[in-house]
Design a binder for this molecule. Structure first.
Ligand SMILES: NC(=O)c1ccc[n+]([C@@H]2O[C@H](COP(=O)([O-])OP(=O)(O)OC[C@H]3O[C@@H](n4cnc5c(N)ncnc54)[C@H](OP(=O)(O)O)[C@@H]3O)[C@@H](O)[C@H]2O)c1
Length: 321
């Protein structure tokens, strides 16, 4: 079957590790279902996989992709939930220390078919296209959990999103405005800042800019490049929720600011299956839909990877089959 996959880790040139070509069909396993993929979206996770980050060298070649929407063996239209817990795990699957995402241990979603545990699919509402539904399981789910499960923000509070055009950043801006928060965002270019305003952001700033007032919460996925600004942007008692570190995981910690101002630093990763159901319900109720930057046939996946690698995003990049 056709798939986009990583041949071997390449830390310095991730695109050199990308191949679009034939891979074996998924193996049938008891308790698993095979989904015929109709659309799969690209996440920064896929660039990290190509670099060999978060995956053992013995796992290559590996089909990329955490997210998919498609049709399961019973003919149901489904959204794939990417967090695979160990068999028998009970409770919040994101807290399973041995959990993996698709494309870390098991083959990923950028293929004609993907096998997942039967519990890792949720119904796709008819009102969401396959392309829209394929954006939800990683970037949008992560944003949903950061905002509604972890941050403690109330509607009317002010939130700052570091980044304007990425998958998680666009989801945070759109979800935050739809839920009644005052949303500010930083973007690296005027075009990106304008796009964030188009998604509903109330104000936009250059990275590192002095803000007119301190905010209640900051949403971080950028890491080293923005961390100190994030801490400086918070009011006393404020919260930073972090789910990623695209530019590096080891910024200066600024511990004095954390304890003197009694800041909270909260980590967040993906979301549970119930969070995914909550996100889908939120979209159905509000009519909100993911911002799609680019839709390409899977055979042209390389163009989408190159765009994200260049930092030239404006929402989600989706591959269709
Ligand atoms: N923990 C989890 O479960 C989880 C889930 C999803 C994602 N993540 C992580 O979150 C991060 C974002 O993922 P994504 O898929 O949203 O990525 P993406 O679409 O490539 O977006 C990258 C974002 O980073 C921002 N950014 C700011 N400064 C940057 C710089 N110097 N270099 C590169 N980017 C910069 C970009 O801002 P501009 O808009 O200004 O370009 C953009 O908004 C990744 O590190 C990913 O691994 C973690």
């Amino acid at each position: 079957m056709l798939a986009a996959y990583a041949t071997a880790p390449d830390p310095s040139d991730p695109l050199a590790a990308l191949e679009v070509g034939e891979r074996p069909e998924p193996e049938a396993r008891e308790g698993w279902t095979t989904v015929a993929v109709r659309a799969a979206s690209l996440n920064h996770h896929d660039l990290f996989t190509l670099r060999g980050v978060g995956i053992g060298a013995d796992r290559f070649p590996m089909i990329l992709g955490c997210d998919a929407a498609g049709v399961d063996e019973a003919g149901n239209e489904v959204v794939v939930h990417s967090v695979i817990a160990t068999p028998g795990w009970r409770g919040d699957e994101t807290l399973d220390p041995k959990r993996t995402l698709l494309s870390e241990l098991h083959q990923g979603t950028m293929a004609e078919r993907v096998a997942v545990p039967a519990g890792n699919v949720v119904p796709k509402p008819a009102g969401l296209s396959f392309t829209e539904a394929a954006c939800l399981s990683t970037a949008w789910l992560t944003a949903y959990r950061m905002l509604f499960v972890k941050s403690g923000l109330k509607p009317g509070d002010t939130m700052l999103v570091q980044g304007a055009s990425g998958g998680v950043a666009t989801a945070l801006i759109a979800l935050g405005t739809a839920a009644g928060y005052r949303v500010w965002a930083t973007g690296r270019s005027e075009a990106k800042r304008q796009a964030a305003l188009g998604l509903g952001a109330h104000a936009v700033y250059e990275p590192g800019a002095r803000l007119p007032e301190r905010v209640d919460a900051v949403f971080e996925t950028v890491g080293e490049a923005t961390w100190q600004h994030s801490l400086r942007a918070l009011r006393p008692g404020g919260t930073v929720v972090i789910s990623g570190a695209t530019t590096g995981p080891n910024p200066p910690a600024d511990l004095a600011r954390v304890f003197f101002l009694q800041l909270s630093v909260i980590g967040s990763t993906m979301g549970t299956r119930e969070d995914l159901r909550g996100l889908i319900s939120f979209l159905e109720t509000t009519g909100l839909r993911p911002a799609i930057d680019l839709e390409l046939p899977l055979a042209k996946a390389r163009d989408g990877f190159a765009k994200m690698h260049a930092g030239d995003t404006a929402g989600k990049i989706v591959f269709t089959l």
